[in-house]
Design a protein around this ligand. Structure first.
Ligand code: ADP
Ligand code: MG
Ligand code: ZN
Length: 478
């Protein structure tokens, strides 16, 4: 029997607002425990929440960018449960009228083409605090700094069939949120984390199998491994004639396995009811229009423009627009005169190579678009060769500095004076009579050696063509 894996995702995204969703406390990550708190976010009796307008704005913009329908009249609900990281004993969320419904996100498929992943809903809610387990003193302590940090939860339909599709979706979602500027999406700090709902069914079947939910996966690697493990576990169960139990499971990174946490709860368990402290929201068409206008040009539109207007291949356009910061860097370099295809090659080659070697994200890069544009211009003008340009690039990538000043200070300008090149060639021929004889006896290889020697004599700063020419001419003479 062949099996098909079916996956639906619930992704929690921390919004990049300065303050929390219902109070003025900072949302900054970290901080000494319980220093980013007030009576509202720690749930003191009688404290009253007030919605941070920025949160609404970010949620609506995300919904619009995901092609969803915004709920013009929406409200908040209380989700009641007790856990030590939730001092109010309820979370303010949205159950009945989520702010956005029925969206879609288009993802690229490995074999080419795209697939639309349907978004069932997007809602606003508050984050909970953190429990810090201290094995030394065998105690667990509560840090409420994260209580009330604004979240949006984005729920898809069960449209994924492979881990690759899930990763492509997360990458695209991350890029979309970064283009909008609504979240920094740092998975390692937990600002983007997802729950994976997974079931298996015989290939070709139309019914969904019983699913399990794996909570709070916070790296692409964890998502892929958890999916592979859980699909295999479910298939083995069914093939042994057993049943998959609908439950919540925990992914253990170190053991590379999932473990049962609790039987699956449902909405009734939470005794949801409309939050009486927060008035319902009425969004006007004018408000939505204003936010619609603020949505910047997104990755897909940019990629289409790079192909149509700048003549870039589809592959380059997709690579450059994958990260907002990279696209911005590219556009700025082109605006400063760099030919688009050359700028693209440098970015996809050297820039991405250095970013990955230095463990940096494009948005944290200090190299300026002006420096890259200047480097490309110097190569085009024949003042430095391509190898020297990469050397200059590496030197200024991290430490900054002016391209022209660096080239001048290190005497890197290409020797274009034909007299100098010829003189160097003469010296090399005089110093290597054996190679000259070899070459004349028909050993082609000797020519390469002599080119290398001449280049070295010129400190690598001559145009290779000029050296070839001068050497060829000199060797023809008796
Ligand atoms: P709940 O509210 O109990 O979490 P939902 O029906 O809202 O359940 O679904 C939550 C997520 O689980 C959604 O992303 C949905 O696509 C996914 N999902 C639901 N049923 C299945 C299934 N049988 N297999 C895989 N994913 C599923
Ligand atoms: Mg759920
Ligand atoms: Zn507060």
């Amino acid at each position: 029997m062949t099996w098909e894996t079916v996956i639906g995702l619930e992704t929690h995204v921390e919004l990049a607002t300065k303050t929390k969703i219902f109070c003025g406390c900072t949302t900054e990550f970290g901080g000494a425990p319980n220093t980013h708190c007030c009576p509202v976010c720690t749930g003191m009796p009688g404290a009253l929440p007030v919605l941070n307008e920025r949160v609404l704005e970010f949620a609506v913009k995300t919904g619009l960018a995901l092609h969803g329908t915004v709920t013009r009249r929406c409200k908040f609900d209380r989700k009641n449960y007790f856990y030590p990281d939730l001092p109010k004993a309820y979370q303010i969320s949205q159950l009945y009228l989520p702010i956005v419904r029925d969206g879609a996100l288009e993802i690229p498929l490995a074999g080419g083409g795209t697939k639309a992943i349907r978004i069932r809903e997007l809602h606003m809610e508050e984050d909970a605090g953190k429990l810090v387990h201290d094995p030394w003193i065998d105690q667990t302590r509560c840090d409420y700094n994260r209580c009330g940090v604004p979240l949006i939860e984005i729920v898809t339909e069960p449209d994924f069939r492979t881990a690759e599709e899930v990763i492509a979706y997360l990458e695209k979602l991350k890029s979309t949120l970064q283009y909008l500027g609504v979240s920094d999406c740092k998975m390692q700090e937990g600002s983007l984390r997802c729950d994976v709902n997974l079931s298996v069914r015989p290939a070709g079947s139309a019914e969904l199998g019983a699913r399990t939910e794996m909570k709070n996966l916070n790296s692409f690697k964890a998502v892929s491994r958890a999916i592979a493990y859980e699909a295999r576990r479910q298939i083995e169960l069914i093939e042994e004639g057993k049943r998959v139990v609908q439950e919540t499971r925990r992914w253990d990174e170190n053991k590379d396995a999932t473990f049962s946490m609790r039987s699956k709860e449902n909405a009734q368990d939470y005794r949801y009811f409309p939050d009486p402290d927060l008035p319902p929201l009425e969004l006007s068409e004018a408000y939505l229009e204003r936010l619609r206008e603020q949505i910047p040009e997104m990755a897909d539109e940019k990629a289409a423009r790079y192909q149509a207007r700048l003549g870039l291949p589809a592959y380059d356009a997709q690579m450059l627009t994958g990260q907002k910061a990279l696209a911005g860097f590219f556009e700025a370099a082109v605006a400063l005169g760099a030919p688009p295809k050359q700028a693209a090659n440098w970015i996809m080659g050297e820039v991405l190579r250095r970013l990955s070697a230095d463990g940096l994200e494009a948005k944290d890069m200090t190299l300026t678009p002006g420096a890259l544009a200047r480097l490309i211009a110097l190569v085009q003008e024949g003042r430095i060769n391509r190898n020297t340009a990469v050397r200059v690039f590496d030197a200024i990538f991290a430490d900054g500095g002016d391209v022209d000043a660096y080239v001048a200070a290190h005497g890197l300008e290409q020797v274009s004076d034909a007299g100098l090149v010829e003189a160097a060639v003469e010296r090399v021929l005089a110093a290597n009579p054996k190679s000259v004889a070899d070459y004349r006896a028909g050993k082609e290889k000797a020519f390469g050696f002599l080119v290398g020697q001449a280049m070295r004599e010129l400190k690598g700063q001559a145009a290779p063509q000029a050296v070839h020419r001068a050497l060829g001419a000199a060797l023809k003479q008796p």
